[in-house]
Ligand binder design. Structure first.
Ligand code: 5RP
Length: 233
């Protein structure tokens, strides 16, 4: 029952968010199960309302959701600035900072989200936290060559670092960029997300990390029977 309510909540958030998309828009498509619902609702709108929408996918998952859908796949080389991006999150705090990367797509997501004039986030109610790090680890994408070194540095920073392992494949998961993911838990909620985001990215061999500060503009939080809309002030 809990999971069923969560799925309804995701759908409610996704359905509401795609109403923002206008004819001719060039958008970024994030990754994850809530974004999957958003793409589904957008495809319905494109067909029913005869819209033209262009999209940059942030992952192989997003790419395959778009192929043959009626939404035109484009690149950041053609459109380095996007009208908006729609993405999900693993945690979102009261000041709209986020942890992302549950689907290991954080690097391209951060690029696509940063390219958007407005970043729209779709989450179910379980993703809201007072402070980041309450539940989710911080995912860090690393070059395979640097894995051991980066794990040592993250441990020295007080983190408990674990290489993310694949399911139904032996060994680590491989990202869309050919890298590994290290999940780090710092034991307590994160005091200063911006500082930690910057500090992790300073370690040589780190490609990107899943702390997204000061990026989200509008957040649709889905519940069983309603949607809360949070805005950056
Ligand atoms: C993938 C992500 C996803 O947006 C995040 O994991 C949320 O996914 P879901 O909507 O399935 O809960 O950051 O890298």
């Amino acid at each position: 029952m809990g999971n069923e309510i969560k799925e309804i909540a995701k759908k409610n958030a996704a359905r509401e968010a795609v109403k923002l998309i206008r004819d001719g828009a060039v958008i970024g498509i994030g990754s994850g199960s809530t974004v999957e619902y958003a793409v589904k609702f957008l495809i319905e709108r494109v067909k029913n309302e005869d819209l033209e929408v262009y999209a940059v996918p942030s992952s192989t998952q997003a790419y395959f959701l778009l192929v043959g859908s009626g939404i035109r796949i484009v690149t950041l080389d053609e459109y380095p600035e996007l009208d908006l991006a729609i993405d999900g999150a693993d945690e979102i705090s009261d000041d709209l900072d986020m942890i992302k990367g549950g689907g290991a797509a954080l690097t391209r997501e951060k690029i696509v989200d940063a390219a958007a004039k407005k970043l729209i986030i779709v989450v179910d109610f379980t993703k809201r936290v007072k402070r980041l790090g309450e539940r989710a680890p911080v995912p860090v994408e690393v070059l395979p060559f640097a894995c051991g070194f980066v794990m040592k540095k993250l441990t020295e920073m007080g983190g408990k670092a674990a290489l993310r392992l694949a399911q139904r494949k032996v060994g680590p998961i491989i990202t869309d960029n050919g890298n590994f993911i290290i999940d780090v838990r710092f034991g307590t909620p994160i005091d200063d997300p911006k500082e930690l985001e910057t500090k992790i990215n300073m370690i040589p061999g780190v490609v990107e990390n899943g702390i997204f500060t000061n990026m989200a503009d509008i957040v649709y939080v889905g519940y069983k029977d309603h949607v809360d809309i949070l805005r950056k002030d």
